[in-house]
Design a protein around this ligand. Structure first.
Ligand code: MOS
Length: 735
């Protein structure tokens, strides 16, 4: 009798990465310019016989109102113009939404379906021509007459509504214990308001699409973080069965949540391509990206912390109002930190949304937590100082192994170890707040947490007679290293050398996955691929007909049974062997709270004369389960931390009185450059996640940003004694 496949699987090494830092498998093609992104495909690469046409978009110039008339005569008379798509001639599509759809990114999203203008910079017309230049020139000649209405564009605490009715009645609020009572009885009280700004997506690759109809089937090449959601959304928009829509997203030049939704570029290209019977491609310009895609909403935070004489948090409240578009329901889960970071007798969180006449807000790296922890972890620092406690000690004293809002034990939580080991490496206990000439030197710390989520995913593996393994799954790689870590998982599980493993992703023709987002990508797709490998091992073992009790393992492309060696390729026969694997959250997801934890330590210098702020040193210590690849994991952590720095000191957009984002290019929308960063280091603590998934990992893509900005804000206060509660902390606010 063959052994159960499970018995074959080596327990993952608890601390060792699978790959000690394998470089990204697609990296060479990217840095040599050979990598193909969605709008770069040529006709022969998409199986088209006709030339590709080019689109250009016209965006609204009012924040709210009606389109009285669109004059396209002049545009249509321009050379090479083939189509001008507006509300006057757009084919029928399904209505927008629904708002309470189970998957927000799979909603129907029609373009130009009415004459209402909902925000400044909303696409109102789409010009298609034979060349990019002709389309762009013609788009300038589309003339739109608007009837403007008063727009509501200012985020106010009083403007928030309870989003529950827009989310099928599901409340985002939480309440444990009696906050008011516990707060009133606390000898130390912090009651402060913070605000965090709009941030815009500015990934290297712009949002764009290439659409092609062939034999009644639509294929869209687009940088979709979740191809399956986009496929469902496009199918819904056009009233097509899902199998008549294919989404291809082989490479993505940066996602960060900005490519979780799909956008009007895909829909407009698909419509135009169907009408014109030619492939159509279009990319928003950098300037258009700032309104025609999504952004991180501005958030108003009210943080209250009541602490007992013993330094224990008795009461914690985080009440937020965040912006959403007038026609949307996006909720920026800003209160997750308050719900799970610290033990407290009473915790209250409320989340309200303000529906404003601004572009759609949606996910941006660690959506909610990134803004939420800027406020919360600043407030925790204020509370520690009020009690006269070291901020590391204060956090340790209020650490917990039980999620205080749900009562579930954490499946693995090493926040205390992150704080202790990070402090040790950083030299926290020997830090010396001081003045060096004009510069005031200060230190800050903050905790980081990001929920861990496994999402249903599938994968398929094919073992060929030559012993090469090919995995197929509709996962994506927005630069995170998905292709690399998936290859490593398959290589390890099968004992097949990495160079004999190929992972094909980014195509809805492959088994569906949750895609990349919410730090769930590697865990969900990786677990599905692992399960496929487990199934393949079982099938191979049956073929080898190994006697019961024989010691088995897979190594060097072979099944080793006792002293016999079966090369895998020979076991599968001439046809090869294909099997599928699937993963979905099980009972453990109900029994345990799951999250990745970390701690940030920062040294800043503040110029006492000019107010200039410099981050000199940053250290992030993270416990994120088993690390699949030390190099890509570190890169994720570094990127998150630098974004945290950006959020603390540099980044944020403002809305002008017309309702337009003021900064709309990379000259004005500032993000950190190397000189802003200083010395930066990442520690990855040895940890194995015991229950969340079969591969012992946890999400690491987003946790790095959480708390990083607050550690900087806390260091600035430490240096100069000024607490700025409005982010980013630009020097005008400091002086
Ligand atoms: Mo992430 S902001 O969920 O792609």
């Amino acid at each position: 009798m063959p052994q159960a496949p499970d018995a074959l699987l080596p327990a993952p090494e608890l601390s060792a990465p699978i790959g000690p830092g394998n470089v990204r498998r697609e990296g060479h093609s990217k840095v040599t310019g050979n990598a193909l992104y969605s709008v770069e495909y040529q006709p022969d690469q998409i199986g088209a016989t006709e030339p590709i046409l080019y689109g250009a978009a016209v965006l609204s110039t009012i924040a709210r109102g009606r389109i009285a008339a669109i004059d396209t005569k002049n545009a249509q008379a321009m050379p090479g113009v083939r189509l001008v798509l507006t509300a006057d001639n757009v084919p029928r599509q399904s209505p927008w939404g629904p708002l309470n759809a189970p998957v927000r990114f799979a909603r129907s999203q029609p373009v130009f379906f009415d004459r209402t203008v909902r925000y400044f910079g909303e696409p109102v017309a789409f010009v298609v021509a034979d060349t990019f230049e002709n389309a762009t020139a013609a788009a300038d000649l589309v003339s739109v007459r608007y009837e403007p209405l008063d727009a509501s564009i200012v985020l106010k605490e009083s403007g928030g509504i309870n989003p529950a009715p827009l989310h099928g009645g599901k409340s985002a609020d939480s309440r444990t214990g009696n906050f008011d009572e516990a707060f009133a009885q606390s000898p130390h009280q912090i009651d402060v308001r913070y605000d965090t700004p709009y941030q815009n997506h500015a990934a290297m690759e712009l949002q764009g699409s290439l659409a092609h109809w062939k034999d009644g089937k639509l294929t869209v090449y687009a940088p979709a973080q979740i191809p399956d959601a986009m496929q469902e959304g496009l199918a819904a928009t056009f009233g097509l069965p899902k199998d008549r829509v294919r989404v291809v997203a082989r490479l993505i030049g940066g996602g960060f949540g900005g490519k979780l939704p799909y956008f009007s570029d895909s829909v407009a290209c698909a419509i135009a391509s169907r009408i014109l019977k030619q492939p159509v491609k279009f990319s928003f310009t950098r300037q258009q990206m700032f309104t025609a895609t999504t952004h991180r909403p501005a958030v108003l935070h009210h943080v209250r912390i009541g602490v007992g004489a013993d330094g224990h948090i008795h009461a914690l409240a985080h009440d937020v109002v965040s912006q959403t578009a007038s026609f949307d329901n996006y909720l920026d889960g800003d209160t997750m930190g308050a719900k799970g970071l610290y033990r407290a007798d009473a915790i209250q969180t409320t989340q309200r949304i303000a529906r404003l006449d601004l572009p759609r807000s949606d996910s941006m790296r660690s959506p909610g937590d990134a803004s939420g922890t800027l406020a919360l972890e600043s407030g925790i620092d204020e509370a520690a100082r009020l009690c006269g406690l070291d901020p590391v000690e204060f956090r340790l004293r209020n650490d917990t192994q039980i999620n205080p809002s749900t009562g579930q034990p954490f499946s693995s939580r090493h926040l205390a170890e992150c704080l202790r080991q990070g402090a040790e490496k950083f030299g926290w206990s020997t830090r010396r707040k001081r003045r060096e000439g004009e510069w005031l030197i200060g230190y800050g710390v903050a905790a980081a947490m990001r929920d861990n989520m496994l999402r249903p995913s599938s994968a398929e593996v094919t073992l060929a007679p030559d012993g090469v393994l090919v995995a197929r799954l509709a996962m994506t790689d927005p630069g995170t290293g998905s292709i690399t870590v998936l290859s490593q998982i398959a290589s390890e599980a099968m004992g097949i050398p990495l160079d004999r493993v190929t992972v094909l992703i980014g195509d809805t023709d492959f088994p569906p996955t949750a895609g990349s987002g919410g730090s769930f990508g590697a865990e969900s797709a990786g677990s599905a691929l692992y399960e496929a490998c487990v199934a393949l091992r079982g099938a191979l073992q049956s073929k080898a007909e190994v006697a019961a009790g024989t010691h088995l393992h897979f190594a060097d492309g072979a099944l080793i049974a006792g002293d016999r060696r079966y090369p895998l390729g020979r076991l599968v026969g001439a046809a090869g062997l294909t099997v599928q694997g699937h993963t979905a959250p099980g009972m453990e997801a109900k029994r345990y709270a799951e999250a990745t934890f970390g701690a940030h330590f920062v040294e800043v210098a503040v110029n006492a004369v000019t107010g200039e702020m410099r981050c000199r040193r940053m250290l992030g210590a993270f416990a994120a389960g088993r690390i699949l690849n030390a190099r890509t994991a570190r890169s994720q952590a570094l990127g998150g931390m630098i974004w945290g720095l950006s959020s603390a000191l540099i980044e944020g957009n403002v809305v002008d009185p017309r309702g337009q984002f003021v900064m709309r290019d990379l000259a004005n929308y500032h993000v950190p450059i190397m000189a802003d960063v200083g010395a930066i280091d990442v520690m990855l603590l040895p940890e194995i996640e015991p229950v969340a998934n079969p591969i012992g990992i946890k999400g690491i893509g987003e946790v790095g940003i959480n708390g990083a900005g607050a550690a900087i804000a806390n260091a600035i206060f430490d240096a100069c004694g000024v607490r700025v509660r409005s982010f980013p902390i630009t020097l005008d606010k400091l002086l």
